[in-house]
Design a protein around this ligand. Sequence first.
Ligand code: FE2
Length: 209
Amino acid sequence: MSSPRIDRAVTSGTFSLDGGTWEVDNNVWVLGDDRECVVIDAPHDVDAILEVVAGRTVTAILLTHAHDDHIDAALALAEATGAPTHLHAEDRMLWDRVHAEPPTDELEDGDTVEVAGTVLQVLHTPGHSPGACCFHAPALGVVFSGDTLFQGGPGATGRSFSDFDTIIDSITRKLLTLPLDTVVHTGHGDSTSIGAEAPHRQEWIDRGH
Ligand SMILES: [Fe+2]
């Protein structure tokens, strides 16, 4: 068996909410080996995602949350790969704005997903959205944070269905308690680490975003 690896695609498109539309670049993270993989988020461009999958069996499409820029290619990817989509139930109202059919499975805090001999633990981290989740691979020292934690602080909480106090609570309890050398692979932009972000928690609270 080959050892697990993490590949990334960056896809471009738009994010729309509350009557506004913004151009965005999204990270797609693919964790697996030569045989199988999971895809974390399905933004914008199914062909770009399939290029990184490179013919491997996709065992699951894991969605960090249901803002349209993270799920707009989810059904096309599911159709192309036969893989089930997984989303936390509390983001269904966002999913339903984009897709007419439901996700295949519900994510819950504490669920585990195994791929290529590696375990991913599901962390429910509401705040950016009610059903936002992060995926932690303890054996790899990696957490996939979606839009919950970025290089430089928490994800945005200024629009509908977001809450700043809630995201701070999620980050404090679920992410800043991970080992400090844990690499954080984010939904947009550069990766960071728990140790790089943890010292700034009070600054985020003081500035309010
Ligand atoms: Fe988002």
